[in-house]
Design a protein around this ligand. Structure first.
Ligand SMILES: [Zn+2]
Length: 402
């Protein structure tokens, strides 16, 4: 008989409406019923005083729990999967870094092995290739030594050999990038503008070639520049203005001040903006010295400069000279908390940007919403943003001990 289970007494965030005192009934791997006063079935889990939301979907994540995707092992991916499940994540894309091709392919093979084996925490959706086709001018923490010009033959071969690739981030203004983007987009891969110095016109050409998303908006993105007496708009303005593009924000409170997040939301709305952790190995751990791929990274309390609008909590991952962030040390629940507490986003919208919106952006139709027939990916968290329970496909993968 299929196992049944009911969450009872919490506030359900579907996340299109809020149902106080709602019930969520799970049958096997799926959601059977959602609502107020619906009949409970099977085992009862009392969640009074807590929120019941769709599990979070992280489309941009490099590591966690001391592990890096570039370690290239299924064990590292298992560690990442467990570390992020503690923050309410139920699905993620393992994101590679700019590195020599054999290392990138090693990481992709590990992703493919882990997808066959299955992971103990959050589910691995596939791979997100970030680099090496990025603009050196906007490299950020990506290793400039290994940046390359886009190569159609190489990318064709890579996509043939690695069906796990579901997303590619690259700079569309590089020679050959549009052809690579077209090829990937035709295969149903999410093609994203990243670490790019593109002008507005180049962004229009990118849109025509199938680029649909912008990677960590404001980080590694060109903005208005002046050429002689003229202003040339960049990636940021094109992303804000063109409905064709969805965007992602590293909403850890450090990468972006509240004003910029509000600006993006006012321009695009919660259905076009998702949040991502862009987390590195230290996510879920404390301060110290870590590695991001081959580079050293310091994790410490954030020290925003004078003039920064808010006093964000939590740790940052930063290059040792403190000139650039190197991903974040956050989990998805930290982003939701920051949106609600520091940015003034409503809880439903904050949850939506971490669940239904990223699902839609990647074209996932089976998750991201609490409604009958969807996968039973669920997070239960308190009003203090403590995750009490994470469920992946009807299986409890994390439970907070009292
Ligand atoms: Zn990046």
């Amino acid at each position: 008989m299929t196992r049944m289970l009911s969450f009872v007494g919490g506030t359900v965030l579907t996340p299109f409406r809020e149902i106080p005192g709602g019930t969520l009934v799970i049958r096997g791997e799926e959601i059977a019923l959602v609502g107020k006063g619906v009949p409970t079935r099977g085992e009862i889990i009392e969640v009074q005083g807590s929120y019941v939301a769709p599990g979070f979907i992280d489309l941009h994540l490099h590591g966690g729990g001391g592990n890096d995707v570039m370690d290239g092992s299924p064990e590292a991916l298992a560690g990442i999967s467990l570390a992020h499940a503690k923050g309410g994540t139920t699905s993620f894309l393992a994101t590679t870094l700019t590195a020599p091709w054999d290392e990138i392919e090693g990481a992709l093979r590990a992703v493919e092995d882990a997808m066959v084996e299955g992971l103990p925490g959050a589910e691995l959706l596939g791979a997100h290739l970030e680099g090496p086709y990025l603009n050196p001018v906007q490299a950020g923490a990506q290793d400039p030594k290994h940046l390359q010009e886009p190569d159609l033959r190489r990318i064709r071969m890579l996509l043939e050999n690695h069906p796990s690739i579901r997303r590619v981030s690259m700079a569309p203004e590089l020679p050959g990038a549009l052809a690579c983007g077209r090829l990937a987009s035709r295969r149903g891969i999410l093609v994203s503008v990243a670490h790019s110095d593109a002008t507005y016109s180049q962004m229009l050409a990118a849109a025509e070639a199938g680029f649909r998303h912008v990677t960590h908006l404001y980080s590694g993105c060109s903005t208005v520049r002046r050429v002689m007496a003229y202003r040339i708009a960049g990636v940021v303005e094109a992303a804000l203005l063109l409905d064709r593009f969805t965007v992602e924000l590293i909403a850890d409170g450090h990468h972006l001040p509240p004003s910029l997040i509000r600006l993006v939301l006012r321009m695009k709305g919660v259905d076009k903006v998702c949040v991502v952790t862009d987390a590195m190995a230290a996510a879920g751990l404390g301060p110290g010295r870590y590695r991001l791929g081959k580079r050293e990274v310091v994790v410490e309390r954030g020290r925003p400069p004078e003039g920064y609008e808010s006093s964000p909590l939590g740790y940052v991952a930063i290059l040792p000279d403190r000139t650039a962030f190197a991903g974040s040390a956050a989990l998805m629940i930290d982003l939701v908390e920051n949106l609600v507490r520091n940015v003034g986003v409503g809880l439903l919208d904050a949850v939506r940007m971490a669940s239904a919106t990223p699902a839609a952006i990647l074209g996932l139709r089976d998750r991201g919403v609490l409604a009958p027939g969807y996968r039973a990916d669920v997070v239960v968290f308190t009003p203090d943003f403590e995750v009490n329970l994470t469920m992946v496909g009807g299986r409890i993968v994390y439970e907070r001990s009292e």
